[in-house]
Design a protein around this ligand. Structure first.
Ligand code: GLV
Length: 316
């Protein structure tokens, strides 16, 4: 089979070598440049990348398969792709370590008020009252989305003595999680969560899922951590809840609009930790993403079913 594989991601030479070694003789081209991606699209049979723009898909007349190096594929489910027979696979499952470490990091920051301490340090201010921290032990962590990442967060939170509950589409039990609810158990999870972590994919069912009503169900003084997708939480309602003090703090890695616009009120709230969509990214990212693609490439060449095939109806 003569295939052209277009790698549209910032990978290292060792990753391209791994792809070439998996499929010797196939043409493997690499670019992270948008203009070059457009130029190479017409001959591509397979595209590997995070953000493959609609124009690239439109031009890629031979395209048979896109493998997303991201776990969430909401940014790929546009009409140009949905109207075609193109296979779509994701990198779901590779983010558990970095994302769970990130969540535990911001969870400890919020609880120990380290985000406030850093601001005080910058102002050379010594004030013990404003940075007296709390303890995680005995608190309830609610995780919306108990996939690979949610489970890794649960395991780590248990080490701090937290009680973990959460939602999962099937409602089936998950290790380290005391009680798993199906999605319609959301209100119950909210009522009990001292800390709410959102790790859901963005789909028609989750867009805007957490609004003013849902935030009001959280216990007073709760924290919210969003590492899923920004549009799952209604940002204006979140700002209101933070300003009113109903929520004690938030750590946000994802936003309705990215980059977060300079005029966003979130920048000015001292009780908010903002990170620029980096919670899953470490130097080891492609060392996990590319072997998964290579395994799928082997399967593709053999005509076997692929791993992580995206259900277009469900959106992940
Ligand atoms: C990043 O946000 C991803 O979905 O992998």
């Amino acid at each position: 089979m003569s295939l052209h594989i277009l790698v549209a991601a910032d990978v290292e030479p060792r990753h391209l070598e791994a792809i070439r070694a998996t499929a010797p003789g196939l043409a493997v081209e690499h670019t992270a440049d948008r203009a070059r991606l457009l130029a190479l699209a017409p001959t591509a049979d397979v595209i590997v990348g995070w953000n493959v723009p609609p124009e690239v898909v439109r031009r890629a007349e031979r395209l048979r398969w896109i493998h997303s190096t991201a776990a969430g594929v909401d940014q790929l489910l546009f009409p140009e792709l949905l109207q075609r027979e193109v296979l779509l696979t994701s990198s779901s499952g590779i983010h558990a370590e970095p994302l769970s470490e990130h969540v535990l990091g911001v969870l400890l920051m919020l609880s120990r008020r380290l985000h406030i301490a850093v601001r005080q340090q910058l102002a050379r201010r010594w004030d013990r009252r404003t940075v007296l921290g709390d303890e995680l032990g005995g608190k309830t962590l609610g995780i919306l989305g108990l996939g690979a990442i949610g489970r890794a967060i649960a395991e780590r939170a248990r080490v701090f003595g937290m009680r973990v509950i959460g939602t999962r589409r099937s409602g089936a039990p998950v290790p380290h999680v005391e009680q798993v609810f199906p999605p319609d158990g959301l209100d119950e999870v909210l009522r009990r969560s001292d800390v709410l972590v959102v790790v859901l994919p963005l789909t028609p069912a989750t867009r805007g899922l957490i609004g003013a009503r849902e935030l009001a169900l959280l216990p007073p003084g709760a924290f919210l951590i969003n590492v899923g997708r920004g549009a799952i939480v209604q940002e204006a309602a979140l700002v209101d809840a933070l300003r009113a003090g109903r929520l004690a703090g938030a750590a946000l890695d994802v936003f309705e609009q990215e980059p977060l616009p300079p005029e966003s009120p979130l920048w000015d709230l001292p009780q908010v930790i903002i990170t620029p969509h980096v919670s899953g990214t470490t130097p080891r990212y492609y060392d996990r993403a590319i072997p998964l693609f290579c395994e799928n490439l082997r399967r593709f060449l053999r005509g076997d079913p692929l791993l992580n095939v995206v259900d277009r109806e469900r959106g992940y």
